[in-house]
Design a protein around this ligand. Structure first.
Ligand code: KG4
Ligand code: ZN
Length: 339
């Protein structure tokens, strides 16, 4: 089976490895989430994240090879997340990839984490056909991209301040919910009345595809300060906040499809797990005759399957690292990897 691409993801708080086969597709993927490790601190502690990646990398490699029933020598090429992300965490994956590549005498390639997120849907059957619009909504990014084909990306809009997931996490923290706040806030919102508090849909009253979520977060702080902080108040606030964020995302995604004339939207990133986002996106876009695609739920959040797939596609285009130097890019624009 000596045609496998190994994918390695360590950009934040998930250590993940995966194997992609050119004909059989994804044949193994393993992931270790550090959520429990960081929960007690209310957010990701970069130094702890890096150390934990080091500890988990080898056991995960063994598990990945066992799952695929193959050996190290079946690995033909290695793709790893080169950025954007936490510098120490990225360095662990990059150093591991380069070391293993050198030992096995196979090429390595640094992959863009956001490109990997937006191609994760290509692992699904059927995969969406190009061109499409992509909405990336994670803890670190909120981005609308026109994807003409693999490698041809145009940024249509992005957040001017907090990412959607970041705004959800911060508001969840304000409401006393555990990290990561998004899923906890969604759960609390189920018991709330979204109509009790009026939250605006930021930047939807003017043309353009950029986002801004920090005003909503400030409004949540003021609203909570004015009220008795009962469980019901918190649930109502969670519901109103969530509705404002998700409505804004849906409205801008619809606008991006109108702007490009594209028929398909793919939505990726951790916030995709949100049920309200999924339902309202589906309802709104199918009413317009447009299609929405999502990655498999395990590949909406950080994972190595998307890294292996993206690496495979880029290796096909004859790309590979040209030096053994370990280089990562904690800040890296998506347009830098666009053709
Ligand atoms: O893509 P991801 O795993 O990590 C990066 O940021 O790269 O996204 C994590 C984000 C967090 O902000 C988390 O709160 C949010 O996704 N999230 C959710 C839900 N599940 C995860 N937000 C809203 N509703 C959810 N069910
Ligand atoms: Zn991510």
């Amino acid at each position: 089976m000596s045609q496998l691409t190994l994918g390695i993801e360590t950009s934040c708080d998930e250590t993940a490895l995966a194997l992609y086969h050119p004909q059989r597709g994804l044949i193994a993927h393993q992931l270790d989430s550090q959520v429990a490790l960081h929960t007690q601190y209310g957010g990701v502690v970069p130094e702890l994240a890096s150390r934990n990646h080091v500890a988990k990398m080898l056991p995960l490699l063994t598990a990945t090879l066992q799952q695929a029933n193959c050996s190290l020598h079946d690995i033909k090429q290695i793709a790893y997340t080169k950025g954007p992300g936490l510098v120490g965490a990225l360095l662990v994956g990059a150093a591991f990839a380069k070391g293993l590549g050198f030992a096995l005498q196979v090429p390595t390639l640094g992959v863009h984490h956001l490109e990997a997120h937006l191609l994760a849907t290509m692992l699904e059957k059927p995969a969406p056909a190009f061109p499409f619009c992509a909405l990336l909504v994670s803890g670190g990014h909120t981005l609308l991209v026109a994807v003409k084909e693999l490698g041809q990306y145009e940024i249509l809009g992005e957040t001017l301040d907090d990412a959607a997931g970041e705004a959800l996490d911060k508001t969840a923290k304000l409401l006393g919910l555990p990290y990561p706040g998004g899923p906890a806030l969604e759960q609390l919102a189920r018991q709330g009345n979204a109509q009790r508090f009026v939250f605006p849909r930021p930047m939807t009253d003017r043309p353009g595809l950029d986002f801004s979520f920090s005003g909503l977060k400030t409004l949540a702080v003021y609203t909570l300060a004015k009220e008795q902080p009962t469980q019901q108040t918190k649930a109502d606030l969670a519901a109103a906040f969530q509705a404002a964020v998700m409505d804004t995302l849906v409205l801008k995604a619809k606008r991006a499809l109108q702007h490009t004339g594209y028929q398909r939207l793919i939505v990726a990133g951790g916030v995709t797990a949100n049920q309200l986002l999924r339902t309202s996106m589906q309802t709104t876009l199918s009413a317009q005759g447009k299609e929405v695609f999502y990655p498999h739920s395990s590949f909406c959040t950080d994972n190595a399957a998307m890294v292996a797939y993206t690496g495979y596609q880029r290796f096909l285009r004859k790309e590979q690292d040209t030096s053994l130097a370990i280089e990562v890019l904690p800040r890296w624009e998506l347009t830098a990897v666009a053709a």
